[in-house]
Design a binder for this molecule. Structure first.
Ligand SMILES: Nc1ncnc2c1ncn2[C@@H]1O[C@H](COP(=O)(O)OP(=O)(O)O)[C@@H](O)[C@H]1O
Ligand SMILES: [Mg+2]
Length: 255
């Protein structure tokens, strides 16, 4: 079920001023994999996703997506920073879903999903619309296309946000605690959409506290703390038989 390397992090470091947040992250995500990232608040999970998606520049180590260094080009043994246009081109292939859905409030669900392909890829409205309708149907919102975000529940808004990310036909999807802001009864529908996406073969990195999802859908699970990977393995193994005290302490709080 898993193939080529999609993400490879080798000794990735990131600081904000004097705060050393990522302290040497090593991990590999393979194509088609559902890769769950868990850890306490402040451990650097969001920062790491932001590095993968070129929203932050790393200070040390190497990070590549689908064989391309993030933000740099290598010539011989020298690294050259990519131009903004090249960074934008790399970012286009990566979809991101945030805890707070960040939909455009003045646009309908349909328009939200149509927007990026038209603006970023120069796609025709007709093509963008057809895909947007198909994607909204896929996330169970075929009857909500004309609604504005304020007319939708949090769970519906998050499903629109997933459809919006998929509209760019990404090769990698990043989810940063996609269900943490939702009322409990709305979480299931969003997880169902993510499960469906996983079954379709999408490569997904999912930061989550939903350990049931991690266990059932995840192919691997990494526990991060203090900006390093403490422990990793198959979700069932890590969740039922954690090896490190820090992992045990964390899991005892969330399970
Ligand atoms: N833009 C920023 N500037 C300064 N500090 C930041 C910034 N973003 C995150 N941090 C700090 O980095 C640490 C890790 O944050 P984050 O990656 O959001 O952790 P997590 O997602 O695991 O909760 C936190 O201490 C946070 O305050
Ligand atoms: Mg976070």
């Amino acid at each position: 079920m898993t193939g080529e390397l999609m993400v490879k992090a080798e000794g990735v470091h990131k600081s904000y001023g004097a705060a050393h947040i990522l302290r040497g992250i090593d991990l590999e995500v393979r194509s088609g994999e559902v890769f769950c990232l868990v850890g306490p608040s402040g451990s650097g999970k969001s920062t790491f996703l932001r590095c993968i998606n070129h929203l932050e520049r790393i200070d040390g180590g190497r990070l590549s997506v689908d064989g391309q260094l993030v933000g740099y080009r290598q010539k011989g043994d020298k690294l050259y920073e990519l131009k903004d246009s090249e960074v934008a081109a790399q970012r286009r292939d990566i979809g991101m879903v945030f805890q707070r859905f960040n939909l455009f409030p003045h646009m309908t669900a349909l328009a939200n999903v149509m927007e990026a392909p038209i603006q970023v890829k120069g796609e025709s409205k007709a093509v963008a619309r057809e895909r947007a309708e198909r994607l909204l149907d896929r996330v169970g919102l075929s009857d909500r296309m004309g609604n504005y975000p304020s007319q939708l529940s949090g769970g519906q808004q998050q499903r629109v946000a997933i459809a919006r990310a998929l509209a760019m036909e990404p090769k990698l999807m990043l989810f940063d605690e996609p269900t943490s802001a939702l009322d409990p009864e709305l979480v299931g529908d969003v997880l169902d959409v993510m499960r469906d996406l996983a079954e379709s073969g999408m490569t997904m990195i999912v930061v989550t506290h939903e350990m049931g999802f991690a266990r059932e859908v995840g192919d691997s699970l990494v526990f991060m703390d203090g900006g390093v990977v403490v422990e990793s393995g198959h979700p069932r193994d890590v969740l039922t038989n954690p090896q490190h005290d820090r992992t045990k302490a964390f899991l005892s709080k969330v399970l």
